[in-house]
Every structure is written in C-alpha cells, then in structure tokens.
Design a protein around this ligand. Structure first.
Ligand code: FRU
Length: 445
C-alpha cells in the first residue's frame, strides 16, 4: 500500500475496505472513532471494527483492530459506544449468517475496555428472546446506546415481520439486561429498511439511514439516504418537533453517527451499490470530516472540522483563478445573486457547483473517473445533485477538498461527494455576483 495515495485528511482503513463509522465517543479526553472494516480486501467481508483516536478531531492515530469475527460473531456489525464506570463500552451487532435468509441472526452484543485499546467481548445482551416475536431476528442491528440518569437506552434498527423497517427502543439498568420499550414510530419507514440510528439527548436529534427510500422532489436521489429528525425520545415513542429531512444533498454519504459526549457527527463518505474508483489504490471507503452540529431555522447545520492555513483573501471579486487540491475555499457574500465555481480543473475536466435560479447544482460528470451507480434517474445519470437555495441575506459557502472528495456546505447545509480527478487537476475558476463578498483560500499541508 502506497500511503501517498491515501486522502490527505480523511480517515480510511489505510488498506482494505471500510464502511460505517461506529462507536464514536469521547473517552478520557480523547475522541475515539471505530468503523466497519475488512482489512483483507477492497470489498466488504466479515466485519471487524477498525479503530482510530484523536485529541483534536484533526490528527488521528491508528490503533489495533478493536473487534474481530470469532466463534461468537461471524461479523461485528455497526454499533455505538458509551463511557461508564471509567470503561469504554461498545454495543455492536453480532452477525451470523447460518444458512442464510431467515436463519441469519443479527443480535446485539457488548464489549468493554479499560484502556480504550484492548476490548473484551461480553457476548450477546439483546438476544432473540428479548426481541418481541413480531420482529425479525435476521434484520435487527446497529444499536445506538445512551444513558439517562441510572438507565441505559438503546435504539436499534429492525424489521417487523411481513412489514418494513422500524426503530426499536430498549432499556437496561446495567448494559447487560435489556427490556423492550417501544417501536419508536410504530409505522414502516418509507424505504425498505432502516439502518444506523444515532440518537443524541443533548441535541434532541435522531439520525438514521434508509435503504431504497423513494425520491421525493429533489430529495433522496441516492439509492440509500441519510435522514435526521428533531424531537424527543420517550419510553412510549418518538415525539417529533419537526418533519424528518434529508441530511445531505450529495452523492456519497451514509450511516452518519453522532459522538457520545460531543455534538459532532461523522458519516461514511461513500455509498452502497456504486462503483468505487479508489479501490484500485488498495483502499476502499473513507469517513467524512467530523462535523459540529447545530440547529438554525429548524434545520440541522454542520460545520466541518479541519486544520488549514489561510493563504489568500480577496474582497469583492467578481471572478478569479486559483489552484487547490487539499484545503478549503470559503466565500462569504451578501445578497448573492450569481455563483459558479469549477474545482479540480485540468483541461476540460472539472467538478462544478453553481447557483442556477433557485437551486444549487453540483456536477461531477466531467470530474475525472466516472462513478457508476444503480440510480437511473436523469440527474444521477448526468452526474448531478441539487440542493435548494435558502433565502438569506448572507450566504456562507465552504468547500472542503481532499484528493478524492468535495464536502460542500452552504450556510451549514451539506452536499458530500466522492470525486476522482487526476492527481494534478488543481484548477479553480470562480465567478460571482453579490453586494459584498470575501473569498478565502486555506491549505491543508
Ligand atoms: C449500513 C450497514 C449496517 C450494518 C453494516 C454492515 O451501511 O448495512 O446496517 O450494520 O452496514 O457492515
């Protein structure tokens, strides 16, 4: 594996395959991130939990694999973490394929660590006998654990027999003995299955992913989608305070999770059922940057965390040329009426992001290697994603570029995508019309 080929400042498995972030937690003053990991190939395989930690969410240290398949777990599927009695506890899904189909078992298991490096497995703690019989033990996964006073709670994805995706709530006095509380929404999700719930009591925020969620206007254009919803989570069910909404308008983000102990989120910067242009470099999958979460005008806002040096600042430009591969561009504008930027440009190859009437349009159709998906709608085939324009006097556009990704934020609403241009495709071309504007460029070195 040539490390030069890895992204500059995004978490990967360094070799092999990764998918969902798991067990995001603050433990002994450090941020720990785990992820679904198959170290032996650039495709999904028996799941391990890869592990990294950081003091600042910027520089990450790779730690030994935390969980691996064994006699108990055919695979260690997604889950979450919590700190209790000075230990770091992981709750994950123990996956066993058995004979396949309805003989598959996905049950919730526990592991713990005193040092945050070596984990001891404690076996299955939410077994088939704890799951009410109307739910399928073969589609029961991704526990999100949290604590209120003396009681632990855990939200899991599940499927009702003969029906669709659900989210279930369980409670426990000690992380080992769990009792079913309720089916959170008591209705099928709009997609075919719910995955990766993540609940934050601090933010009153529920994140979840849905497989095959149907399109709805310009939303949910990917085969699988990430959603969020504000509300309160009670023993009897979820009480929403806002409508659920799409979490990101880009091509490539899934299985987002909030840190236990900090209002920060990460997601898998990729998507199921897509070709992967990075696999040829010896690794597949990366995580999004950590993003600090907040709420404004009822919408979830995200602020990416990275360290970069300011290298250029311009006031009130209407057009400019620049270069950028790893770093960020920020444009702050008042009464913005036109905006267009080309990124990673080399000859006729570039990705673009532009304001067209009342929409932001991202286009990666010319951005180097083609990425093929199973989506057959016009926009997807044309390499396009759209995001509605908010009517605000001030607009802040922040574009974070790494070797193989563009994470775009407009007033904190995100559009995240993989791109795979040539390594030296670094041109930037900007044009904009606004009453007042500032352009700033930052480099990640
Ligand atoms: C979501 C997911 C989870 C599962 C994991 C397996 O991407 O399908 O539901 O736990 O991936 O790797």
């Amino acid at each position: 594996m040539n490390k030069q080929l890895l992204p500059k400042f995004h978490i990967t498995g360094e070799k092999g395959w990764i998918n969902d972030p798991n067990g995001l937690v603050v433990f002994q003053g450090e941020y720990h991130a785990f992820f679904q990991y198959y170290p032996h190939d650039v495709k999904w395989g028996p799941m391990h939990w890869g592990h990294v930690k950081s003091r600042d969410l910027i520089t990450w240290e790779t730690l030994p694999v935390a969980l691996r398949p064994d006699e108990q777990d055919g695979g260690c599927f997604s889950g979450s973490a919590i700190v209790w009695q000075e230990k770091l506890w992981l709750m994950y899904t123990s996956f066993n394929e058995n004979e396949g189909g309805e003989s598959i078992r996905q049950l919730q298991a526990l592991a713990s660590s005193a040092d945050g490096v070596t984990f001891e497995k404690h076996g299955i703690v939410i077994g088939e006998e704890d799951l009410p019989s109307e739910y399928c033990p073969w589609d029961f996964r991704d526990p999100s654990v949290f604590r209120r006073g003396d009681t632990f709670y855990c939200v899991t994805a599940a499927r009702k027999r003969g029906a669709g995706g659900r989210l279930l709530l369980f409670s426990s006095p000690d992380l080992f003995r769990w009792t079913f509380c309720c089916d959170l929404f008591d209705r099928d999700c709009d997609g075919s299955m719910t995955e990766c719930p993540s609940w934050s009591d601090e933010l009153n925020l529920l994140l979840f992913s849905e497989q095959f969620r149907p399109h709805e206007g310009g939303k949910y254009c990917n085969v699988h989608s990430c959603l969020y919803q504000f509300g309160t989570l009670e023993n009897a069910g979820f009480v929403p305070s806002e409508e659920e909404d799409i979490l990101d308008y880009g091509f490539d983000i899934y299985a987002t999770q909030i840190f236990s102990g900090a209002p920060v989120m990460m997601g898998w910067l990729s998507m199921w059922d897509r070709s992967d242009p990075l696999a040829k470099f010896g690794f597949a999958g990366q995580l999004t940057l950590p993003r600090v979460l907040s709420v404004k005008n009822g919408k979830l806002r995200q602020k990416p965390v990275y360290r970069a040096e300011e290298v250029r600042k311009e006031e009130n430009v209407s057009s400019l040329f620049d270069t950028l591969v790893t770093g960020a561009i920020k444009v702050e504008a008042e009464n913005l009426s036109a905006f267009s930027i080309k990124l990673r440009k080399k000859g006729n190859s570039f990705a673009s992001f532009a304001l067209v009437e009342n929409e932001w349009i991202f286009d990666r159709s010319q951005a180097g290697e083609k990425i093929e998906g199973v989506e057959k709608d016009e926009d997807s085939l044309a390499g396009i994603r759209r995001m509605p324009k908010e009517n605000t006097q001030k607009t802040e556009i922040e574009i974070v570029s790494d070797k193989y990704s563009l994470e775009i934020f407009v007033n904190g609403i995100s559009l995240t995508s993989v791109v795979c241009p040539e390594e030296d495709a670094d041109g930037v071309e900007l044009s904009l019309t606004a009453e007042k504007s500032t352009y700033t460029k930052y480099l990640v070195k």
